[in-house]
Design a protein around this ligand. Structure first.
Ligand code: SF4
Length: 351
């Protein structure tokens, strides 16, 4: 594998040596740029293109598949991803490929989910610091303590959690099937972990009593109902589609509430003239590529953890096969069973 490097330039790999934008690189990446030109400024392209070109060659050499969550930046989402979407769907689709290596462009729990469903594959995350405030809000020991406090009450756990927490749970759920999963258990009470706002949304849509945990997504918890009412005043006729990790006053103001996959499907189905997706900022850019006729008003709440992942780090991950995600097989098996129980309830998607 040969990659041209220079001593100076505008983009820098993790070893500090930049790649060069050459006419050959420009030609090799021209079709990608055509797709993303509406959302990636032309001045940025010479920075991204050499990495996109090099990553493509390393993917072939490693027998690797690159997964990108909906919240990744467009140069990753449209530039190098083989599969894109929400966390569980990515892990499920990657498991069905014959790739030997999976590179997860998402956060740590997503890489764990990919490893959990593909134990025989090498799963890499380009930056170990790509965490998640929601997943970090709860540990396996917390779940065991909750079980002691509420004996016999089943634990329903959102997929945005560590494998250790999934392994302590009776069943997992996504943001689109949470109500269905809770009701499938046929009980009066459940413990719902860890997202408080998703749990409140579930409680508002079922007669089952929901015991909540106070975990929050630091991106979605920042939205407010006032902000959305301001959008309605500033942009008459705007449609507001919100993710259920948002606070209740935001969800009550929304025209539609759904998972990331649900938000995309709803844009596809309704093709609004003007819409605001009340979720992480990059998603609007990624969806806009396929919807040039829709005006996306972009609330700029970025996930700092997702943004740890960059093209240079993806390249380094492939070059060095770093950072490999490993999971204790017993924990992985118990986590997988909680996900499989959810899949028996219904083919939910979201995250
Ligand atoms: S957007 Fe929220 S839930 Fe998703 S990774 Fe970032 S902090 Fe976690």
């Amino acid at each position: 594998m040969s990659i041209t490097r220079l001593d100076s330039g505008s983009s820098t790999a993790t070893d500090g040596v930049p790649l060069v934008y050459t006419p050959a690189v420009a030609a090799a990446t021209a079709d990608v740029y055509e797709r993303v030109r509406a959302v990636v400024p032309e001045v940025e392209w010479p920075v991204h293109a050499p990495y996109i070109d090099a990553i493509e060659r390393w993917k072939r050499s490693r027998g690797a598949v690159v997964l990108a969550h909906n919240y990744q930046t467009p140069e990753i989402f449209h530039g190098v991803a083989d599969l894109s979407g929400d966390s569980l769907a990515l892990a499920q689709q990657a498991a069905e490929t014959d790739a030997e290596v999976i590179v997860m462009c998402g956060v740590h729990f997503m890489a764990e989910t990919a490893k959990m469903l593909s134990p025989e594959k090498t799963v890499l995350i380009p930056d170990l610091e790509a965490g998640c405030s929601l997943a970090a809000s709860i540990s396996g020991a917390d779940v065991r303590r909750l079980r002691e406090r509420h004996p016999g009450v089943p634990v329903v756990t959102y997929v945005n959690t560590s494998v250790e927490v999934k392994a302590e749970s009776d069943i997992c759920c996504t943001s689109s099937n949470a109500v269905e999963v809770v009701e499938s258990l046929g009980v009066d009470r459940v413990i719902f972990l860890p997202d408080e706002f998703l749990g409140r949304y579930v409680a508002d849509n079922t007669d089952v009593e929901v015991i909540l945990w106070q975990g929050h997504c630091e991106v979605h918890e920042r939205f407010t109902g006032d902000e959305l009412r301001d959008y309605r005043k500033t942009y008459p006729g705007i449609q507001i589609f919100a993710h259920p990790e948002c606070p209740p006053d935001v969800l009550s103001e929304a025209d539609y509430v759904g998972s990331t996959a649900g938000l995309i499907r709803h844009v596809d189905a309704t093709r609004p003239e003007r819409v605001v997706l009340v979720t992480e900022c990059s998603m609007s850019d990624n969806v806009a590529v396929a919807h040039p006729d829709v005006e996306f008003i972009r609330p700029c709440n970025l996930c700092p953890h997702m943004k740890q992942i960059t093209l240079p780090k993806i390249l380094t991950a492939l070059e060095r096969l770093q950072h490999e995600v490993t999971i204790d097989p017993d924990v992985a098996g118990r986590g997988r069973r909680a996900v499989e129980r959810m899949l028996e309830v219904g083919r939910g998607a979201g995250g």
